[in-house]
Design a protein around this ligand. Structure first.
Ligand SMILES: [Fe+2]
Ligand SMILES: [Fe+2]
Length: 210
């Protein structure tokens, strides 16, 4: 990437083109979307689909890997290792690949939007999930408080708002056995590379919801 700033004048400077993923692809050279032709939209759509098929899983992994070197705010481990531990235990216990990937990534957004990190994960990963795992991502925060009996501000009844939901027990089980327990330094964890093929297969599957 070139510099986006002309330090001499203080005005922003053009940064040059980003390279295309493949040499035989074409740029759309228009000044605005309004000027893009129907033929160019078709071309762009084809290139974008190939781009996403090739890059999406890697992009998710790169994002998750940014958590690797995060310090901890108090638990023995950071959120990167929390994800690794949850996924490792679920793999050990014979859960399906989709669920293992969901466990790995369920708290990816914790460090930048803790209040809504479940919804954020559901938005990103949910479209590739079964209904029960989309619900797990979205609602798991509400199922934790029952496991924090000494927390002054937590309402242990929070998960009751979901009582009767068809996937209540699924999420309750995840949180009890794999979420609230994966906070110690001596819980076994596989390296991230062990999950890379699972993540690639996960994002190669067709989107099931929007
Ligand atoms: Fe969480
Ligand atoms: Fe968690």
């Amino acid at each position: 990437m070139g510099s986006s700033h002309d330090h001499g004048s203080g005005r922003p400077a053009a940064g040059g083109r980003s390279p295309l993923l493949r040499e035989d692809w074409q740029y759309i050279e228009r000044p605005s979307l309004e000027a893009v032709t129907a033929q160019e939209w078709d071309l762009l759509g084809r290139q974008r689909n190939a781009f996403l098929a090739e890059r999406r899983a890697d992009q998710v992994m790169r994002m998750f890997e940014t958590l690797r070197d995060q310090p901890s705010f108090g638990y023995e481990i950071n959120m990167f290792r929390h994800g690794l531990q949850a996924a490792s235990l679920m793999l050990r216990d014979g859960y399906d690949e989709e669920t293992v990937v969901v466990a790995l990534l369920h708290d990816f957004a914790y460090d930048f939007c803790v209040e809504t990190h479940g919804e954020a994960a559901a938005k990103l990963i949910g479209p590739f999930c079964s209904e029960r795992n989309e619900f797990l991502l979205r609602a798991h925060q509400d199922f934790l408080t029952v496991h924090c009996p000494h927390h002054h501000a937590c309402d242990p009844m929070e998960r009751e708002r979901w009582r009767g939901h068809p996937h209540f027990e699924w999420v309750a089980n995840f949180v009890e056995r794999y979420d609230q327990t994966t906070i110690t330094a001596d819980t076994p964890e596989l390296p991230l590379d062990a999950f890379r093929p699972l993540v690639h297969r996960f994002f190669a599957a067709p989107v099931t919801r929007r």
